[in-house]
Ligand binder design. Structure first.
Ligand code: ADE
Ligand code: ZN
Length: 338
């Protein structure tokens, strides 16, 4: 382990872009399939991992939605999230804002309450065991209709005080943010924060729509914003947080090599970029792996790593007092490792 690697391991950080369904490890997929009596189209864990070679986002999504079929009970969602929180805590994550895709489950007959109650009990346990705080982001699937998103928002009504934000994920191309303008406005009216995947595969115009039509508080990914200078200036002016996911970008061919990853260019342009893992079980690593891989690929220094960790707290949906406490903790860590 290099000095920078051990610095990264202990660096207090927040994770802001994590799909809990994307933390389903192959071993867990087999365990859940067995306990729920669900057939899966793989004979071994090695066979599952061999299937994780993706040419683009849709290749991944097809396998990701199929994998989620093993999740059936409240205990499954609890155990899935607990395994994620344990790994995150080991990576120095002190706060995590995790996305879940209710439609992936309700469309298979798994009730909304089963999903969210399993996640909420794991969140409470993670805070007790690790002191790790967390928040939920309800993500709408953009390949489905806006009416379906409205139905999901209605199903969430009894738990709205336990949900921090709504998000927008799944197949980006052909499903622009403006398709969800009304449901995002409805979510904002209920006091929810707003995030959307934009500029992962989609053009800069989708990032503009996320900002101006959806009025998001954060952009998930945002890589392709760099193609539009005016957009970059707008994102910098607004101190808009970008939740960047280096290993995801590599696995989904958004970048050809981490040596070409634009993360440090984003920082140099004044963008509030953060490092996140997206779907760690599918993309070859958790948040610590993402920090280490992009540090090696781009030659990031300590100052850049501290800026990235700082951005993860300032870009979070924590109350100001908790942001300040986490920034203090970060400053103390940095001072102790000067
Ligand atoms: N769902 C899970 N991961 C995703 C990603 N990286 N982009 C869009 N939808 C997703
Ligand atoms: Zn994502």
């Amino acid at each position: 382990m290099t000095d920078l690697d051990s610095f990264i391991a202990g660096l207090p950080k927040a994770e802001l872009h994590l799909h809990i369904e994307g933390s389903l490890e192959p071993e867990q997929m087999f365990a859940f399939a067995q306990r729920n009596g669900v057939a899966i189209p793989y004979a071994s864990v090695d066979e599952v991992r061999a299937a994780y070679a993706f040419g683009n986002l849709q290749d991944f999504l097809d396998i990701y939605y199929a994998g989620a079929d093993v999740l059936r009970t409240q205990a499954d969602f609890h155990d899935l999230a607990t395994a994620y929180f344990d790994r995150a805590a080991a990576d120095g994550v002190v706060h995590a804002e995790i996305m879940f895709d209710p439609q992936t489950h309700t469309d298979r007959g798994v009730p909304f309450g089963v999903v969210i109650e399993g996640l909420l009990s794991a969140m409470a346990a993670a805070e007790e065991r690790h002191g790790l705080t967390s928040a939920l982001i309800l993500s709408f699937l953009r390949h489905l209709s806006e009416d379906a998103a409205f139905e999901t928002l209605a199903a969430a009504e009894p738990w709205l005080d336990r949900i921090a934000a709504v998000g927008l994920d799944s197949s980006e191309l052909g499903h622009p943010p403006e398709k969800f303008a009304r449901v995002f406005a409805a979510a904002a009216a209920k006091g929810l924060k707003l995030v959307a995947h934009a500029g992962e595969e989609g053009p800069p115009d989708y990032v503009w729509q996320a900002l101006d039509t959806l009025k998001v508080d954060r952009i998930d990914h945002g890589n392709r914003a760099l193609e539009d200078e005016t957009l970059v200036a707008r994102l910098a002016r607004d101190a808009m947080t970008l939740t960047v996911c280096p290993l995801s970008n590599l696995k989904l061919c958004v970048v050809g090599d981490l040596a070409e990853h634009p993360l440090d260019r984003m920082l140099a342009l004044g963008l509030r970029a953060t490092i996140n893992s997206d779907d760690p079980a599918y993309f070859g690593g958790y948040i610590g792996d993402n920090y280490r891989a992009v540090t090696a690929g781009r030659g990031l220094d300590r100052a850049a790593l501290v800026t990235l960790a700082r951005n993860s707290f300032t870009g979070s949906f924590l109350p100001d007092t908790a942001v300040a406490a986490n920034l203090d903790r970060l400053d103390r860590y940095v001072a102790a490792h000067a």
